[in-house]
Design a binder for this molecule. Structure first.
Ligand code: ZN
Length: 221
């Protein structure tokens, strides 16, 4: 059990948090999910949202309980069209009692209301509100709202900027969890660099792996 509550000040990342990615990965199932939780614990994100299968939920729930993270589970499950593709964006909503093995969406936040609002925004297909709660830039939220529909579920652009590159996400090498409105979107680049900085302070070994796998060029301080 990893209990972070004995270290109250998440603003100054404690040495205890160093090397967190290898500790969080078995609980959350992937390095990218672990990275999101690390950003949440360090207040770089207010809400994170991920899909988990039933068998994965107990460990996630236990970690959140031990670390005072509120966890809200969606009222529906999502059946991915291509279940071998973890990052498939296509999925159909099914009832939570449907026996088919769907994924639950889980909304995590230190603020219970924000986790609840996020689950409600998703349930009511309020993409704009969900994007705001997840901390996405306004320009990218508008891009998503204008372009996303049933027949156009993957808004990934060809990557020309390593900070906003989503194409390596299935290899656990990604910083953003939204579709940038353009590869050169300044707000997205700034956000990715902010996330990298927090990750680098919390787990410099993992940050080094990201630099190599994403081919990041670190801006001069
Ligand atoms: Zn943008």
């Amino acid at each position: 059990m990893i209990n972070l509550n004995q270290y109250h000040n998440y603003y100054n990342i404690k040495p205890f948090l160093r090397g967190m990615i290898p500790k969080l990965t078995p609980i959350f199932g992937s390095k990218t999910k672990a990275q999101e939780v690390l950003l949440l614990l360090n207040d770089a994100k207010e809400v994170v949202r991920h899909g988990f299968y039933e068998a994965e939920l107990p460990a996630v729930e236990e970690f959140c309980k031990d670390n005072k993270i509120f966890l809200i589970k969606s009222k529906f499950k999502v059946l991915l069209e291509d279940k071998d593709k973890i990052f498939s964006n296509k999925g159909i909503r099914i009832d939570e009692n449907d026996p088919r093995p769907g994924m639950w969406f889980v909304y995590l936040s230190k603020d219970e209301k924000k986790a609840l609002f996020a689950s409600y925004a998703e349930l009511t297909n309020n993409h704009g509100e969900l994007g705001r709660l997840l901390g996405y830039p306004q320009c990218c939220i508008e891009f998503f709202c204008q372009n996303f529909n049933e027949n156009n579920t993957n808004l990934e652009l060809s990557p020309t900027n390593s900070w906003t590159n989503l194409s390596l996400r299935e290899k656990d090498a990604v910083l953003l969890s939204h579709f940038p409105c353009s590869s050169e979107c300044e707000e997205s680049i700034k956000l990715a660099q902010k996330y990298f900085e927090v990750i680098n302070k919390a787990d410099s070994e993992y940050a080094k792996q990201l630099v190599i796998s994403m081919n990041l060029s670190i801006p001069e301080q």
